[in-house]
Design a protein around this ligand. Structure first.
Ligand SMILES: NC(=O)c1ccc[n+]([C@@H]2O[C@H](COP(=O)([O-])OP(=O)(O)OC[C@H]3O[C@@H](n4cnc5c(N)ncnc54)[C@H](OP(=O)(O)O)[C@@H]3O)[C@@H](O)[C@H]2O)c1
Length: 286
């Protein structure tokens, strides 16, 4: 019997990873959902999943949380700037608890990319390697959901404004990446592997606009602008300069190809094609 644990199980990624483990045939009682607030995952407890309290920032919570765990999915935290010490706390506690393998949700080409979000992932990957625990690094591509929070605004203006040019994004719905993470936990042969996970076919922002037009019945076009123009546009609609710069840097990275991969790793882990853009949009807008 293997005991699996998933951190961040109160977030959509971790929650989906837990349900994917159950769908893959793991007994709910062999799964530990690690959360800061147990009441957020009452539905998992109701299915028989063990729910334990764990805060990445509070090392004292981690030994009990990880007791008896064999295989751990460390879902990267959401508190940008604090994640290296937080993730290191979890890795250290996992080592002390005798966890035999840790899968970690990282970022595309975390060790070499110029993506602004990557340094914390790179440092976590290094901590994982240094721990001596077997690892599986899941370098998740961009969630398609990242592009769907502003659909109403796109419909109202009839355009998506960006500086991503014809950059290709190997996006997939979050659920695909979570299902792949569960597969990497339950299958053998993923020890000390690094996967570049991306959806296929990749899409440009022009493709995204076309797919949103079809899905919403409203014509939406992609309008490419320079990075400086994008910063000014974003500030003009009320974003602070830090956020405007961050969003623009992501577009510049997209144009550079930082969010593209044709590795096929996601599809191999899923054992199927990843969900196409149009299907992901339809499901999200339902
Ligand atoms: N590839 C992408 O496009 C993409 C996009 C967004 C995020 N991400 C990364 O993927 C991760 C999972 O995605 P998601 O959509 O589920 O993110 P999310 O909705 O932000 O959920 C983050 C999860 O991390 C937990 N968490 C944060 N800080 C914690 C701490 N100090 N101790 C314990 N748990 C903590 C949260 O717990 P609470 O419920 O207690 O807050 C929540 O369960 C994110 O955290 C982020 O690192 C990737």
């Amino acid at each position: 019997m293997t005991t699996y644990a998933v951190t961040g199980a109160s977030g959509p990624f971790g929650h989906h990873a837990v349900t994917s483990l159950i769908e893959a045939g793991v007994l709910a009682s062999d799964i530990v959902a690690l959360v800061r607030t147990p009441s957020k995952v009452q539905d998992l407890a109701d299915q028989g999943v063990q729910v334990r309290a764990a805060d990445y920032s509070d090392a004292a919570t981690l030994p009990d949380a990880l007791a008896g765990v064999d295989t751990l999915l460390l879902v990267s935290g959401s508190e940008v700037g604090q994640r290296v010490p937080q993730h290191t706390n979890v890795i250290d506690a996992a080592k002390a608890a005798g966890v035999s393998r840790i899968a970690y949700t990282s970022a595309p080409r975390a060790d070499t990319t110029e993506l602004a979000l990557a340094p914390e992932h790179k440092a976590t990957e290094e901590a994982l390697r240094a721990s001596g625990i077997a690892f599986t690094i899941l370098r998740n591509g961009w969630y398609i959901e990242n592009y769907l929070g502003q659909v109403e605004q796109y419909r109202a203006t009839g355009e998506i404004v960006g500086a991503a040019g014809d950059g290709l994004v190997s996006g997939a719905p979050r659920a695909d990446f979570a299902e792949a993470a569960a597969a990497a936990l339950v299958q053998s042969g993923h020890e000390n592997a690094v996967y570049e996970l991306g959806g296929a076919p990749a899409f440009t922002m022009t493709d995204l606009a076309a797919a949103l037009s079809t899905a919403t019945g409203t014509t939406i076009v992609y309008r490419d602008v320079t990075p400086d123009e994008l910063v000014a546009t974003l500030e003009g609609v009320g974003l602070d300069s830090g956020t405007a710069g961050f969003v623009t840097a992501l577009d510049v990275a997209t144009k550079r190809g930082d969010l593209f991969t044709d590795s096929g790793d996601l599809q191999r882990l899923l054992g199927r094609e990843s969900t196409p853009l149009a299907d992901a949009i339809a499901a999200a807008l339902k």
